[in-house]
Write a protein that binds this ligand. Structure first.
Ligand code: GLN
Length: 544
């Protein structure tokens, strides 16, 4: 095999135009050529990981198998590549500095002056190289967060320059740019892209490929113009118009020969691109015949600079994967739960839905509304899927209204409630007392054992599973017997039987009412949808 190849993906003009999806799509293309591919995300902020960030500001916190809390783009990479990525594939400025300072304190620089340049970019390169080795990747994608010209990401661009200087044949730079069509002009303008290309030149890098994001495909004239002014071959300017589904993106890039161009730039042997199974999936995403309406209840719906689809991206994608597999089309409606607290009649609106989903969450706002909605879904036999908080609240509703435990609550909201059915995990109590919030929840993959003759066991088709977690609270062991006696089934537990991982109602009582303490949405993939999402969508289809 040739030497390892690196593709840096950088953003020009502005953020929010889909660099994560672009990187994922390029990864899928290279992988489909038979090159072992991995992907790295760099975020230029000081936070050491994404764990302490509010989802309304940063979007979803994605959890890796090893428990690292990171940017949602890591989820895109895992979904597009179908690979499990380790934490070395994610870094922030904070993480990089933390490591350099640790080494300095540990005398690992042997008394020399430790400088921002080159020591910080060298640590970035060390991490990139470790990720490449861990994955034994032929091709390593490196997405640099933010936009060229920002003060924040300069050390990462410097790392790219240093790597390219050392291995000129092995590093490619792809710039994702934006080509606006101002309303009053009605014509595509390439000038912002030209400036972005110059900014990139000013840090010693030249784009090998330019991806031109726009509402519509690029015409030849614009391609020529970008080529001339950005100093690249016209065929290396690739059109990236808005698409119906993010899963279209690799297919679209291939229309302009993306994979072959990158092989050419990197001196990789040309091989055919095989996106056959991907194409079949993309068709299914669009063609679903039966239409289902699913209500998603939560609170992160209104505020912040991030759009909704970013906050719940893994849940949304998991639903799409399951829907495609079942040949249905799902319309998700995001309902703010707070009005349900004030207006009992509003709950009736849930009758219009084929399923109700409550995703993960934290804190007390809107929670009573969610609990009322869960009660409604249970009594009206509307299929229900609860993820993490959605499982805990399902248990609280059951405790209050079926098991006769009035005032049941989670210690997260009211630690002096009459019945803290959901309580701190003991080790979490100590951490919070010490003010340790970052990376201290129960995080990452844990095994779970499923009970025979349950919905969960049937859906997975296996008794032993592994799922990813991110929580601080759990079903209080003191209440397990009371809830079980009242008819709730804990169909999944930790292997030692102490932690309740899945709660469900027996089929005789409800067509599908199930909640998971873990986050199944982190493991769903386009070509292998998650069994619980499939079971939920199937039940919703049957209800309809
Ligand atoms: N807030 C709950 C806990 O900490 C649920 C967390 C979640 O939904 N991710 O346990």
């Amino acid at each position: 095999m040739a030497s390892p190849k690196y593709i840096f993906v950088v953003g020009g003009v502005m953020s929010g135009i889909g660099k994560g999806v672009a990187s994922s799509a390029i990864g899928r293309i290279m992988q489909s050529k038979g090159y072992k591919t991995t992907a790295i995300k760099i975020d230029p902020y000081i936070n050491v990981d994404a764990g302490t960030m509010n989802p309304t500001e940063h979007g979803e916190v994605f959890v890796l198998q090893d428990g690292y809390e990171c940017d949602q783009d890591m989820g895109n990479y895992e979904r597009f590549l179908g690979e499990t990525l380790p934490s070395i594939n994610y870094m922030t400025t904070g993480r990089v500095y933390q490591e350099v300072i640790r080494k300095e304190r540990n005398l690992e620089y042997k008394g020399k002056n430790v400088e921002v340049v080159p020591d910080i970019p060298l640590e970035v390169i060390r991490r990139i190289s470790e990720a490449q080795k861990t994955a034994q990747a032929d091709v390593t994608l490196v997405e640099v967060g933010g936009t060229i010209g920002e003060y924040q990401n300069i050390i990462f661009l410097e790392a790219a320059r240093m790597l390219k200087q050392k291995y000129p044949r092995d590093v490619a730079v792809v710039m994702l740019s934006y080509v606006p069509i101002p309303n009053n002009i009605g014509e595509m303008k390439t000038k912002p892209t030209q400036y972005a290309a110059r900014s990139l030149n000013s840090v010693g890098l030249q784009a090998d490929v330019i991806l031109a994001r726009a509402t519509v495909p690029l015409d030849e004239k614009r391609k020529e113009k970008i080529a001339t002014f950005c100093n690249i071959l016209p065929e290396r300017v690739i059109s990236a118009p808005d698409v119906e589904s993010i899963y279209d993106v690799p297919l679209n890039y291939e229309k302009d020969g993306m994979g072959d161009i990158l092989c050419e730039v990197l001196g990789l042997p040309q091989r055919p691109t095989d996106l056959g199974d991907w194409e079949v999936f993309v068709k299914k995403v669009k063609n679903g015949t039966k239409k289902l309406d699913i209500a998603v209840l939560g609170k992160y719906f209104m505020s912040g600079e991030y759009v909704l689809s970013d906050v719940y991206i893994s849940v949304i994608e998991s639903i799409k994967h399951a829907a495609a597999a079942l040949d249905v089309k799902v319309k998700l409606s995001f309902l703010d739960s707070e009005p349900f607290e004030r207006d009992a009649d509003k709950i009736q609106e849930l009758k219009n839905y084929d399923g109700v989903l409550v995703p993960g969450g934290f804190g007390g706002r809107g929670v009573e509304g969610i609990i009322s909605a869960i009660q409604f879904a249970r009594e009206q036999k509307i299929p229900y899927l609860g993820l993490c908080y959605g499982m805990q609240l399902m248990c609280i509703e059951y405790a209050r209204n079926v098991a006769g435990l009035a005032g049941a609550n989670t210690a997260e909201i009211d630690s002096s409630a009459a019945h803290t059915v959901i309580d701190f995990m003991p080790e979490q109590k100590e951490k919070i007392a010490k003010g340790e919030y970052g990376g201290t929840m129960r995080l990452g993959t844990y095994p779970c054992v499923l009970k025979d003759n349950t919905i969960a066991r049937e859906a997975y088709g296996a008794a032993d599973i592994e799922e990813r977690h991110r929580h601080r609270y759990e079903v209080n062991p003191a209440y397990i017997a009371k809830l079980t006696d009242a008819g709730l089934v804990f169909s999944g537990t930790s292997p030692d039987g102490t932690l309740m991982e899945i709660a469900e109602l027996p089929k005789e009582k409800h067509p599908f009412m199930l909640g998971t303490q873990f986050h199944p949405e982190f493991l769903s993939r386009p070509l292998s949808p998650h069994p619980l999402f499939k079971a939920f969508i199937k039940a919703a289809g049957e209800k309809k």
